[in-house]
Design a protein around this ligand. Structure first.
Ligand code: ACO
Length: 324
């Protein structure tokens, strides 16, 4: 039997509190102009005190399950991508599992920073292809506001909080190459780039949570090259060219990076889903948030070919190709 993971539901959640560039400019030496010009970001969402990554992920998960018309008991796998877990352990996925009322199967987190959703999707897809899971929930959920140094203008203006989720259901697609679902995933990492993007804390190093540190220019320099590589691998593996792609759903770090990607692929602006202006960089949550927005407003339709790509701390990077 040839199995494929069909995406049968998606959901998203953003904390209610909006923080605009102008509000930020009251506390750090920055301006709306600078942030918009360099990044395309206008505002971001920030979780309330006591609003945890699992709370955000749970709301996105419930919406995704509703759309898929599945109950939590139908799930046998939850993979949650996050770099901002509720606690060092247990996995945030297990908290979400308990809140949903799913008692069987497995739930665990994966950590690949901004590439987290692609990694989690790949893991769940492989479980389904192998027959080790039937129905999986893949979540990207983050509260980056908790690991930002709010006095460092070079990083604190770039990130936001949020969550997105998709439901994958295993289907037999033997003999149907046009069947919808995850067509391929490609994952990469290169740990030599640690110093360009990391958090200066952790349970076994400092015993503190720490703050995000980044050499923005260095990350920017690598981002486009790496993501173009990952996209090339996705196209090649499926015998496709850029003109076959209906939608690019990129990680939302910076509008300039997104535009550079679209140019390299020769994709017109209206085939690229952009949310970075309103969400900023929500790390592992950014792709499912963007995907879900475009599904809800019916830009993405049944049969469309969707290319997702991301790059993040590690460095990690990767791509996923999905037929909706
Ligand atoms: N407001 C005003 N000025 C600022 C700000 C700010 N918020 N931040 C930096 N500056 C200043 C700098 O101090 C510098 O001033 P100087 O020239 O007097 O020294 C000047 O602006 C230019 O700084 P650069 O860092 O060179 O600015 P750049 O054009 O590279 O833009 C940015 C910075 C937006 C961070 C860009 O490099 C970028 O987007 N990089 C990629 C980041 C990214 O995608 N990160 C996420 C990866 S995903 C993950 O895993 C978390």
């Amino acid at each position: 039997m040839v199995r494929r993971s069909q995406v049968t539901g998606c959901g998203s959640y953003l904390p209610a509190r909006v923080m605009t560039n102008a509000q930020l400019a009251k506390t750090v030496d920055t301006s709306d102009d600078w942030i918009r010009q360099r990044t395309g970001i206008r505002e971001r969402r920030v979780a309330e005190d006591g609003e945890l990554t699992s709370d955000l992920g749970l709301k996105a998960a419930r919406e995704a399950l509703d759309m898929a018309r599945l109950e939590a008991v139908d799930l046998d796998l939850i993979v949650c991508a996050t770099s901002t877990p509720d606690e060092t352990f247990p996995a945030t996925a297990t908290r979400i599992q308990a809140e949903l009322g799913m008692t069987g199967g497995a739930a665990f987190d994966v950590q690949a920073v901004c590439t987290g959703f692609i990694y989690a999707l790949a893991v769940a897809d492989n479980f389904i292809r192998l027959g080790q899971a039937r129905n999986a929930l893949v979540i990207g959920a983050e509260t980056f506001s908790r690991i930002l140094d709010w006095t460092d203008r070079s990083t604190c203006v770039l990130f936001g909080d949020g969550a997105g989720a998709v439901v994958l259901e295993g289907v037999d697609c033997a003999g149907n190459s046009e069947a919808s679902g995850v067509l391929s995933t490609h994952l990469y990492s290169d740990g030599r780039h640690h110093d360009a993007l990391y958090v200066d804390g952790g349970p076994s190093s400092t015993g503190t949570v720490g703050h995000l540190r980044m050499e923005g220019r260095e990350v920017f320099r690598h981002a486009v090259v790496r993501m173009v590589e990952a996209i090339g691998a996705a196209l090649e593996a499926n015998g496709l060219t850029p003109s076959d792609i209906d939608w690019l759903v990129p990680h939302q770090a910076n509008l300039r990076i997104i535009e550079a990607m679209a140019r390299r692929l020769n994709l017109p602006e209206d085939r690229v889903i952009v949310t970075v202006d309103r969400h900023a960089n929500t790390s592992a949550a950014s792709i499912p948030l963007a995907l879900c927005e475009a599904v809800r407003d019916q830009r993405i339709r049944s049969g469309d070919l969707i290319l997702m790509e991301a790059m993040g701390g590690g460095f990690t990077w990767g791509s996923a190709l999905v037929r909706w």
